[in-house]
Design a protein around this ligand. Structure first.
Ligand code: AHR
Length: 674
């Protein structure tokens, strides 16, 4: 095979080509990136039981009870316990006997709590010891009010300990004052130096006196990235930083829309102190704490030097609720305009001032706004009108912003009454399909096509994270996006995160979607082979495409294993072509270097002759290779680095050189210009 690279020609590479996409799926934030360690901290996850919580009875007799979960049915003797309109549910601990031991409440976090040596954790919780006394009047059904026994001033202990309670890793205490009024306590606890990292831990708040205790907003944070108080996990943030992403698409995905109309991402109640965040239903079968709120998304962008790409709710929800274009849509448009104002308005605006009050006076930078998510699922076929109305209102206030349509230009329901400047295309396919489609954008009409944002895509092979075959499919597909990045301005893989815990510890399996990029447990995180492909493509990227013409490019026929995984999502199952290329390639350059990417999807090594036109290079260069023995090879939480890129120095380069590329390999050759 011969590849002829022409350094004298080529379109510009979009500087925003590679970004990230995120939403609350697979415990991406709660039990994921968001560093909060307490599951169900405001007791709203399940109105039937205090999920994640258990009673501790060390020689003692005690019980716990959810209070206020069903506001219509609060036992009359419980009085009023809401802290505010967000914190309406609390946990009551009744300690009847102590017998020289202790009793309390315990939380095992999201499939464990990470404990590492010499680490300081920030704890906080609200506590009170009783409810207001009140007169029962003459209601015949009334039973005597519970009397509060003991509960004098005293000590409340907090500890991070093994789940059997035998080993205490860190501890602290607060002085409790007997009170019917809520009081917030904050303290830090530090683990000892001589412990082995473990997630087999629980957080306990306990007392050695009988009585009743009420708890709300119980929180525990380990150290966070850049020490943000309501911040993110350090290891996962570092993994993303290493990808050098240009932007972050948020808050979804399905998480933007919610199952029904009232469940869309409620950005207004995700702002301010945690006390003001009730959380909401979520779109993936569990409740979202909204600790990762609008400002936290924006600060995540700031920390990783990414541009925010905000998606606004556009009046269509997952189970089909929709709002027709016209006056009924106006409140939703107003809500989106407010949200944009929160992001970019100056501090003289209402929402810009709120952002300043929340601690961030400087406006963030936005250039593109996405209107909804996957509106081709909308059976009411109302997107054309909804998009038009949103775009008109957004452009009237912010002419500089581009509005992204969520329906591809070739789909029947595409927007026609105005021309979207950019459309979001989604692809979830098998490796074979991605490889077949790698040249898709070569033939898009540059004059008529809107700019493309590939806002969700992945080769779906492997679970919970993808395998090497998926990484090969990804890399092949990415050569096509990169080569056409005059048209494909942005792209982001999805889903980004998965908590890989299986069911257990009283908790369900952590993930809803197979084939994810970065996997983690409470203690550790790892990248899939696809993660490393993302990193290689984004780290070795020039600012101009180098056109390539190929001679004698090899072809492959599908084997049974190639067709077995053909995608059924959403409706694009299809017959494989008789054959497709075995090698995929793309090249870019900047002032100093040339970055040639060659993907060998074949089961045999392939030799390639590379010829340069219009420039010369140094004899020495760098080769980065990601490869494995078999397409099914993968990384896991227990074997996190089986497939990782290996960098080596190479020599003998010049205007014409040959190299052999190993089977199942993704290769980047970095050449230095003379
Ligand atoms: O990435 C998972 C889901 O796939 C997204 O939430 C949705 O937009 C798409 O259907």
């Amino acid at each position: 095979t011969r590849l002829n690279l022409d350094l004298t020609k080529g379109v510009k590479v979009s500087p925003k080509l590679y970004g990230l996409m995120t939403e609350e799926i697979n415990h991406s934030y709660d039990g994921g990136l968001y560093a909060e360690l307490i599951r169900n901290r405001v007791f709203k996850d399940n109105p039937g039981q205090p999920e994640g919580w258990s009673v501790v009875e060390d020689g003692a007799k005690a019980s716990i009870q959810l209070i206020g979960a069903d506001p219509a049915n609060v036992p009359f003797d419980q009085g009023r316990n809401a802290i505010n309109s967000a914190l309406t549910t609390c946990l009551k601990l009744t300690i009847n006997e102590v017998n020289g031991g202790r009793a309390g409440i315990a939380n095992t976090g999201f499939w464990g709590i990470p404990v590492t040596p010499s680490t300081t954790y920030r704890c906080s919780f609200y506590i009170k010891t009783g409810t207001a006394n009140f007169s029962r009047g003459n209601r015949p059904e009334a039973t005597p009010a519970t009397t509060v026994t003991e509960n004098g001033p005293g000590i409340i202990n907090v500890s991070l300990e093994s789940t059997d309670g035998k080993t205490v890793y860190a501890k602290g205490s607060i002085n409790l004052v007997k009170s019917i009024f809520w009081k917030k306590h904050e303290l830090t606890i530090t683990t000892t130096t001589n412990i082995k990292p473990t997630a087999d831990a629980r957080f306990v708040i306990s007392s050695n006196r009988t009585g009743t205790y009420y708890f709300n907003l119980v929180s525990l944070f380990p150290p966070t990235y850049k020490n943000r108080p309501n911040g993110n996990r350090i290891d996962v943030m570092q993994m993303m930083a290493d990808m050098k992403p240009a932007f972050l698409r948020f808050p979804g995905g399905n998480f933007l829309e919610g199952p029904d109309l009232g469940d869309a991402f409620p950005w207004k109640t995700t702002l301010g102190p945690l006390e003001q965040r009730p959380g909401h239903t979520g779109s993936w079968g569990y409740r979202a704490s909204d600790g990762m709120g609008l400002l936290e998304f924006l600060e995540w962008c700031e920390d990783l030097k990414m541009e925010p790409l905000l998606a606004v709710y556009a009046g269509y929800s997952l189970r089909g609720d929709h709002v027709d274009a016209g006056p009924l849509l106006e409140p939703y448009i107003k809500d989106a305009l407010d949200e944009i104002e929160y992001c970019i308005g100056d501090t003289k605006t209402y929402w810009g001032a709120k952002r300043a009050a929340d601690g961030h006076p400087a406006p963030f930078k936005l250039t593109d706004i996405e209107i909804g998510n996957e509106d081709w699922f909308d059976r009411s076929h109302t997107y054309d009108g909804r998009f038009k109305q949103f775009q008109a209102a957004i452009k009237a206030k912010y002419p500089q912003l581009r509005c992204i349509s969520t329906i591809e230009d070739y789909k029947p329901d595409r927007v026609v009454s105005v021309k979207p400047e950019m459309v979001d295309e989604h692809y979830y396919q098998s490796a074979w399909e991605m490889e077949e489609d790698a040249a898709k954008y070569d033939s898009y009409n540059r004059k008529t096509s809107p700019k493309i944002f590939v806002g969700e895509w992945a080769t779906r092979e492997g679970a919970p994270t993808t395998n090497l075959n998926a990484a090969l499919g990804d890399a092949a597909w990415m050569t096509g996006m990169e080569r056409n990045s005059d048209l494909v301005e942005r792209s982001c893989y999805a889903p980004l995160f998965v908590n890989v815990n299986q069911a257990g510890n009283g908790q369900p399996k952590a993930w809803q979607w197979d084939s994810d990029l970065i996997g983690y447990t409470a203690l550790k995180a790892y990248g899939s082979p696809s993660y490393y492909v993302q990193k290689m493509f984004s780290n070795y990227l020039g600012n101009k495409v180098v056109p390539i013409t190929a001679e004698n490019a090899p072809l492959r026929k599908p084997a049974v294993k190639d067709t077995a995984g053909l995608s059924k999502w959403p409706t694009n199952a299809r017959r494989p072509k008789a054959e497709r290329p075995a090698l995929f390639y793309v090249c870019t350059q900047d002032e100093k270097n040339i970055y040639l990417k060659i993907i060998n999807t074949d089961d045999m090594a392939r030799e390639v002759e590379i010829n340069l036109k219009g420039g010369d290079i140094m004899a020495g260069g760098t080769l980065i290779v990601l490869k494995g023995d078999k397409p099914e090879d993968t990384n896991t939480i227990d074997e996190p680095t089986k497939i990782v890129p290996v960098t080596s120095a190479i020599t003998g380069l010049g205007r014409s050189f040959r190299r052999t590329f190993e089977p199942y390999s993704v290769n980047v050759i970095k050449l230095t210009k003379r």
